[in-house]
Design a protein around this ligand. Structure first.
Ligand code: CU
Length: 459
């Protein structure tokens, strides 16, 4: 446990470091780092014909870097590569010729690799890790000017800026029911939340190989009473490690936000100590990539005494998609840009789904909306055209209906990982679009429509 805790702390530091260093080309330093000098000092005695092992190359994998990442050997030939993983999650070292070794946290793994005269590049092939900085190279002697090493397929650190074209043959999206679920009965809840990696159509013509809680993006809404006990049973049915972090809980990061490897199960237990609209998400490095690829959801904790009944209740999670190629996970380079430019900003995972399929509400009734901004990086300014919010409870701060001053609200500002409960009443039959009032994102999918009555104010 001690080692796990230390590794997780390292992971946090590494995450920050990776976020700071992943943009743009690798910096060029005047002086080589000490470890590279040590590696460069490694000399084999002579060329060894017949495939004899020329020496040992030791490389450490952390979250999310290799050290050293630049290794120089004197001669081409076979070497034993020993990978030591000091990180909190699984990593591998995969060479351009396909040779690979996998090491779990705290473990080592060795593999024999043939280094050709032109050198060899390597990376960690777990999605997002190479883009976050886990790349390196073995150079033989002094390479001639202008020479290049064989590239790493699928592991380029160059940002992917292109958005794929809409594929007319992509499956139709599956409409997400925006109706808020009822509060779970009882005071102790067992919630099954399988981790599933699957293709999801996120807009007409665009498919992402998403990582999900429960097979949907966002994951299911979990709604409980204040003080309830929630036991979430996770089973990792995917191909890579994941984890979960419930913002509604109070627990040490290195206690319950632990790595869940493929095939493993884990139960995350918390008590709902505070009311509100809370985020949950995968925290596995790079967390930015895991959130950008769909691993988030909403927890609603009702206040003491519960919420009064209203006519209509909905739950919306705003988030961003940074598209890679069709059928691939979200593009980490795009998601980690200093000025992120998402291809789509969406409510409940799919661009324009509630514009295509307006949501029925009751004219003159009370509408309650639970809104969460899951990001990973962009704010929401949630607004419903043609209405005024007469009650807003945002992050524990309340604008209450019938307040003495007659105050109201037009839009609710939510930064990533903030949530609110919003109430309003449509005055007449008609269409009431809901948007983030950052309008560049409205044209990228962040729009839906409430339809009151028959949608026609004039009949
Ligand atoms: Cu994950």
């Amino acid at each position: 446990m001690t080692r796990m805790r230390a590794s997780l702390l390292i992971a946090v530091v590494s995450l920050v470091a990776a976020a700071c260093s992943s943009a743009g080309a690798a910096p060029k330093w005047t002086f080589p780092p000490a470890q590279a000098q040590e590696a460069a000092a490694f000399q084999s005695p002579a060329a060894q014909p017949g495939g004899e092992i020329l020496g040992l190359i030791e490389i450490t994998a952390a979250d999310l870097s290799f050290s050293p990442s630049a290794v120089t050997v004197a001669l081409a030939g076979a070497y034993t590569v020993k990978l030591t993983n000091t990180g909190a999650i699984q990593h591998n070292i995969t060479f351009a010729d396909g040779t690979s070794a996998v090491a779990d946290p705290g473990q080592t793994a060795s593999v024999t690799v043939h280094v050709p005269g032109g050198g060899l590049m390597f990376s960690c092939s777990i999605p997002g890790h190479a883009q976050a900085g886990m790349t390196g190279s073995i150079t033989v002697g002094t390479m001639p000017m202008g020479s290049t090493m064989p590239g790493m397929p699928g592991a380029s650190s160059a940002p992917t800026t292109a958005t794929p074209s809409a594929d007319p043959n992509a499956p139709a999206y599956v409409l997400r029911d925006a109706t808020a679920p009822a509060v779970l009965p009882g005071t102790v809840h067992d919630v099954d939340l399988p981790i599933i990696e699957k293709d999801i159509t996120v807009a007409k013509g665009f498919v992402v190989h998403a990582w999900t809680f429960g097979g949907t993006v966002p994951g299911p809404v979990i709604r409980v009473h204040l003080g309830d006990t929630v036991r979430v049973h996770l089973t990792n049915q995917g191909t890579m490690s994941h984890s979960i972090d419930f913002h509604a809980s109070q627990t040490a990061m290195n206690h319950q936000m632990v790595e869940i490897k493929p095939g493993e199960t884990f139960t995350y237990t918390f008590t709902a100590d505070y009311a509100g609209v809370w985020m949950y998400h995968c925290g596995t490095a790079p967390a930015l990539h895991h959130i950008a690829n769909g691993m988030f959801g909403m927890v609603i904790v009702e206040p003491k005494g519960g919420l009064p009944e209203v006519d209509n209740e909905f739950a919306f999670v705003q988030s961003e998609w940074y598209l890679g190629a069709q059928g691939e996970p979200a593009d980490y380079s795009k998601a980690s840009s200093g000025a992120p430019a998402p291809d789509f900003v969406v409510f409940n995972g799919i661009a324009n789904q509630y514009k295509d399929n307006p949501i029925q509400v009751t004219t003159k009734g009370r509408v309650r909306v639970f809104v969460l901004d899951a990001g990973p990086s962009i704010d929401s300014s949630y607004h419903v055209v043609g209405t005024i919010f007469d009650q807003v409870i945002k992050e524990g701060v309340a604008l209450l209906r019938g307040n003495a001053g007659g105050w109201g609200a037009q839009a609710v500002d939510l930064s990533p990982a903030q949530g609110a409960i919003i109430e309003f009443s449509p005055r007449e039959d008609g269409m009431y679009p809901f948007v983030t009032h950052a309008f560049n994102f409205v044209v990228r999918g962040a729009i839906g429509i409430f339809m009151a009555g028959d949608g026609d104010p004039l009949n």
